[in-house]
Design a protein around this ligand. Structure first.
Ligand code: 4AD
Length: 466
């Protein structure tokens, strides 16, 4: 009998079978009044459908109807799977459908702001085509984002957001099996959670409030509430004034907070094992997706070690110094220095994923625990992929008086976070954690050049639609 078959599953094994497929008419080509081709695409997979007039099956009217379809219209095709004599280059599937009937489910407008086939081409491919004199319009980033529902239909985008799902799934599975509990903290909060000016302020029924810059304060409060190990996957809001390739005003935060028994290296242990497991799961479960992304945006697989490399900030400074890069030993690394250090680490240790820890206290948020042996440093770390930051983490101060003192020293209005500071008055365990930017993880794993490529509907300082 007839059955719905995903385009993805159309292979030689189905030769001679009658199938029913649903997808979009990606390309329509009339050969003559008696013959036409329609390439049907379903979630990034494409198959060629052949309409050829024959007395009992396909009428000339049906061929005419098919060639009148507008691109991207939704169609159902009823036909028989056949194996063509030649290799097909324009489709992902190597079989054809000999059409018996084609129905239009919903018509797209005749002229589209984005041509999906053009939007799916690699830069190298576009260059080659332009040199060969082919007329094509390069689809720029703004156009893609303005018409995101069309842009999302390209095979690379179909794959990118499947990687998101895989990262989230592995994050959750790994942590749950390690004794962590998933939580959700409020996103409407009274004061800024990271300090600094980059908050979206709002009016909360007459009270000043803001959108949470991170789950920082509440995830720590949950630790005070005796959930020894927690994680959260949720939105994070930053009123960034950064117009860069890696800053968004809203992103998905993956956060972890946990009790520490002896040393903040326990937190870095979790980071290392968690991320090796995330990278492994991407390589194992998203093979096809990675291949698809690589076709449009070529990249080398991420190099990472089984045992995650840890360097101290001072060691990092030394490596940079030896390479002729002077940086402030008690300042933060700028983007350029971070990139350079990434290269040096790769050359020396063969990894593009590593942890840099024991940062100068002065460049870390107020809640960060200073080092016991030298308070100009802190029990904190950043984590890098291909020379760019994806995580920051630390041990936190768990004494309320000290916390309040540090907040004041950092210029924070402690009144706005008094509930947080008071949480530590009733006995609190040593603890620490970290925050990850999901969009950055996917961007850097695939060496993509812009975080907007890994956000479904990116929010940046200039964009709040679509
Ligand atoms: O470094 P951040 O600001 O650290 C925190 O929010 C801490 N509460 C984390 C902790 O538990 N100590 O942000 C954490 C991560 C960054 O490493 C980066 O990957 C991502 O969030 N991130 C951004 N991603 C996209 N756009 C932005 N504007 C980002 N700001 C931070």
């Amino acid at each position: 009998g007839r059955k719905w078959t995903p385009v993805k599953y159309l292979t030689e094994a189905l030769k001679g079978e009658e199938v029913l497929i649903r997808g979009r008419a990606q390309a329509i080509r009339a050969v003559s009044k008696k013959m036409a081709f329609v390439v049907v695409r379903e979630r990034g997979y494409t198959v060629q459908c052949v309409l050829s007039v024959s007395p009992d099956k396909v009428s000339p009217q049906m061929v005419k109807f098919a060639t009148s379809l507008s691109r991207e219209s939704y169609v159902d095709v009823d036909g028989v799977v056949a194996v063509p004599g030649e290799t097909l280059t324009g489709t992902t599937q190597q079989v054809e459908i000999l059409v018996r009937k084609i129905y239009c489910i919903d018509r797209a407008v005749p002229s589209l702001p984005i041509n999906i086939e053009d939007a799916a081409r690699s830069e190298a491919d576009i260059e080659k085509a332009l040199q060969a004199g082919e007329k094509l319009v390069r689809v720029n980033q703004d156009t893609r984002l303005n018409f995101r529902v069309l842009d999302l239909r390209t095979p690379a985008n179909q794959s990118i957001f499947r990687l998101h799902d895989q990262v989230e799934t592995t994050f959750r599975q790994f942590l749950r099996s390690d004794g962590f509990v998933g939580i959700h903290t409020p996103k409407l909060i009274a004061g800024s959670s990271e300090g600094g000016a980059a908050v979206f302020r709002l009016d909360y029924k007459g009270q000043p409030a803001c959108l949470a810059q991170s789950p920082q304060l509440h995830k720590q409060m949950v630790i005070c509430g005796d959930f020894a190990r927690v994680f959260e996957i949720g939105p994070v809001f930053r009123a960034e004034d950064s117009y860069t390739h890696r800053h968004l005003c809203e992103f998905t935060g993956l956060d972890v907070e946990m009790e520490i028994k002896e040393h903040y290296s326990e937190v870095m242990d979790v980071v290392g094992r968690l991320f090796v497991s995330i990278f492994d799961s991407l390589n194992e479960n998203c093979h096809k997706e990675l291949e698809t992304i690589r076709k449009q945006y070529p990249f080398e697989p991420l190099k990472y070690l089984r045992e995650t490399l840890r360097l101290t900030f001072e060691e990092g400074i030394q490596m940079l110094k030896a390479a002729g890069v002077e940086v402030d030993p008690l300042g933060d690394l700028n983007t350029e220095a971070e990139r350079k250090l990434g290269q040096l680490v790769l050359e020396k240790y063969g990894t593009e994923f590593y942890i840099l820890h024991r940062y100068p206290l002065g460049v870390r948020p107020f809640y960060t625990m200073p080092c016991y042996d030298d308070p100009s440093y802190s029990n904190s770390f950043d984590v890098f992929i291909r020379g760019e930051e994806i995580i920051s983490g630390a041990q936190r101060i768990h004494n309320s008086d000290f916390l309040s003192q540090r907040a004041e020293a950092c210029g924070i209005d402690v009144k706005t976070i008094s509930a947080y500071i008071d949480s530590f008055r009733y006995g609190a365990p040593p603890h620490g954690g970290f925050g990850v930017g999901l969009e950055r993880v996917v961007m850097l794993f695939c060496a993509l050049n812009n975080i907007r490529k890994t956000s479904l509907f990116p929010r940046d300082p200039l964009r709040i639609t679509p």
